[in-house]
Design a protein around this ligand. Structure first.
Ligand code: ATP
Ligand code: MEV
Length: 564
């Protein structure tokens, strides 16, 4: 059992700036209370569920391409065996997926610009020179260290490699088996990485003679938007040029957050995509803190549905921190991943700790008061128990099958976390008991997943215990006020088949986990999925417990802004 410690965790909540959308929009979700029916073996019906307190539902973006291939019932597929989430502690063998680039129509602004992508599949003339041209353009290296130290030598802080200016990182999403929300208040939680990734790639531009022309560009493939800021404007507003040192993760001060908000206001982000502003703030903070105001282009693409409980914000912050710290020369790859063949490499433990600390600072901008579990599991991978910043690796001895159902109801983690904290301050004793009960559940779940079950009876008994704990955890999440009528529909549907489900992540919509017993017949499973999908939910499979952050240092190449 390995134990990592996340140091430097700040538990004070940070007030968000004026672009925080949770105050702008109200939750327009269906607020009808829906009771759950009792199970066949005489369980009492649970009390009606009140919809979560102020959650902002971002409009659900189209399904990421990789998820389309994971749908339990692809639109045109015949009724074959539906795929499931399987806990597996080996790294996934599926090669990474990179979506195609998008077409853009620019909207101009004097200080900053934003481009809206029109079609996922349409090609776009690359703004990147070919690799050969870039090398020529960059020669001789701008730093004397590079000139004297060989082809891959530049590992000094503050110096960015000149010959291999392209690097990339990818970080996985996660599911939470037990303990969400309570973990923010000090309880234990159990989470596992899934094999859906967010990828960030970075191309550092030459420090142009014409400083006025230098820009920082961010291409977000999933919402289909490109943002750019003149580096001069960044210096002017952030009152900084140089990165203050990437080796120490620093929090974003309220002043800096206010300056970042000013930079974002200049962009006039479309109202329908205003929920992106939290991620943009995290990006500007991480980029300028780690690399200063130097010109570059960052491209982000993700397999994860955003704002659905699968840790998209953590995967965004971890992959972003990973690529920036790699470019800054403070994080180094330690070796390849067998079977991947795409140049992804693992990162050493100390470097992962640093990435995790930076990502946590980014998560604080997006979430307000994160526990740190999402960025920890995205950074370190595997299955973990997390309590008060301490992480314990869990070795799952039997595969545990989970079906993931995306209710497609958008919500906002920050608002949901704040809602639970408000309830905790209104009913401190009652909520302390709820958090305490969740802590016991998570501790028990973490012991059970490590138990080796060697025959059908032992496996069934293990799964029954897990199911009961998941059911209890879901009941306590309802007490916290983070369930939703769509989640209740999933619970009700799976309960008809005697299957247990619980929400995963922040709740309020998003994704739900259903434990699939090893002995369940495929026929029954198909019926469950068909019924879930008849409610317009999406069911899909993931592999669980794989690697965390991976980087690609040079050696990766670019086409139209995507790493290929
Ligand atoms: N690929 C991406 N591109 C741009 N922004 C992203 C991306 N992924 C996440 N984000 C940012 O993170 C926000 C979603 O974070 P949120 O915490 O609400 O959901 P989540 O992390 O998917 O769910 P949970 O925290 O419950 O696991 C988005 O609104 C956006 O600001
Ligand atoms: C809801 C929460 O517990 C998990 C979100 O994935 C928030 C957190 O721990 O930061």
């Amino acid at each position: 059992m390995h134990v990592f410690t996340r140091s430097g965790v700040e538990r004070t909540s940070q007030k968000f700036h004026s672009t925080d959308t949770s105050t702008v929009k109200k939750n327009k979700q269906n607020k009808t209370a829906t009771p759950i029916p009792s199970r066949s073996h005489n369980r009492r019906p649970l009390p009606p569920i009140r919809p979560p307190s102020p959650a902002l539902p971002p409009p659900q973006p189209p399904l990421p391409p990789i998820l389309r291939s994971r749908l339990a019932s692809p639109p045109s597929a015949s009724a074959s065996l539906p795929p499931l989430a399987v806990f597996r502690l080996s790294p996934p063998s599926r090669p990474p997926h990179f979506p195609t680039s998008t077409a853009a129509a620019p909207i101009h602004h004097p200080a900053a610009s934003i481009h809206h992508s029109c079609a996922r599949s349409a090609g776009r003339a690359s703004t990147f020179p070919s690799k050969a041209t870039r090398l020529l353009h960059w020669w001789p290296p701008p730093n004397p260290v590079a000139a004297t130290s060989g082809s891959r030598p530049c590992r000094q802080e503050g110096f960015v490699r000149s010959l291999m200016e392209v690097c990339a990182a990818r970080a996985p999403g996660k599911i939470i088996l037990a303990g969400e929300h309570a973990v923010v208040h000090g309880s234990a939680a159990v989470a596992a990485a899934i094999d859906l990734y967010t990828r960030c790639s970075l191309c550092l531009m030459p420090l142009a003679d014409d400083k006025a022309a230098a820009t920082l560009e961010l291409d977000l493939k999933d919402p289909g938007l490109t943002f750019s800021w003149p580096c001069g404007r960044l210096r002017e507003v952030l009152l900084t040029d140089e990165a203050a040192g990437a080796r120490e993760a620093r929090p974003c001060s309220p002043d800096r957050l206010a300056s970042i908000a000013r930079l974002l206001e200049e962009h006039e982000i479309p109202e329908a995509k205003i929920w992106l502003s939290a991620g943009l703030s995290a990006f500007l903070f991480l980029y300028t803190s780690i690399l200063g105001c130097r010109p570059g282009k960052v491209t982000v693409s993700s397999d994860l549905p955003m704002g659905s409980g699968l840790g998209s914000s953590a995967a965004f912050c971890v992959s972003m921190s990973g690529v920036l710290l790699t470019a800054a020369g403070v994080v180094t790859a330690v070796g390849g991943i067998s079977g991947e063949g795409m140049g992804w490499e693992l990162v050493g433990k100390d470097d992962l700790e640093l990435v995790n600390r930076w990502a946590f600072q980014g998560e604080k901008i997006i979430h307000g008061k994160p526990s740190g579990i999402d960025n920890a599991v995205s950074t370190f991978g595997s299955m973990i128990k997390f309590k008060k910043g301490e992480l314990t690796n869990l070795k799952s001895s039997n595969p545990v099958k989970m079906l993931i159902t995306d209710t497609r109801v958008g919500r906002n983690t920050k608002a949901l976390v704040a809602g639970v904290s408000e309830r905790a301050s209104r009913h401190s004793d009652a909520m302390a008991s709820v958090f305490n009960a969740v802590n016991s559940i998570s501790e028990e779940v973490s012991s059970i997943v490590e138990l080796a079950a060697n025959d059908e009876i032992a496996i069934t008994s293990k799964e029954e215990k897990l199911a009961e704990l998941m059911e209890m955890n879901q009941g306590l999440l309802q007490c916290m006020g983070v369930s939703h009528s769509s989640i209740e529909t999933v619970l009700r549907t799976t309960l008809k088949f005697n299957l247990v489900s619980k929400l995963t992540g922040a709740g309020g919509g998003g994704c739900v986990l259903t434990l699939i017993p090893t002995m369940l017949s495929n026929l029954v499973l198909e019926k469950v999925i068909a019924e879930l999908e008849s409610h317009s939910f999406r069911c899909f499979k993931v592999e669980v417990g794989g690697q965390g952050l991976q980087v690609c240092q040079g050696g990766c190449s670019y086409f139209n802004g995507d790493v290929v």
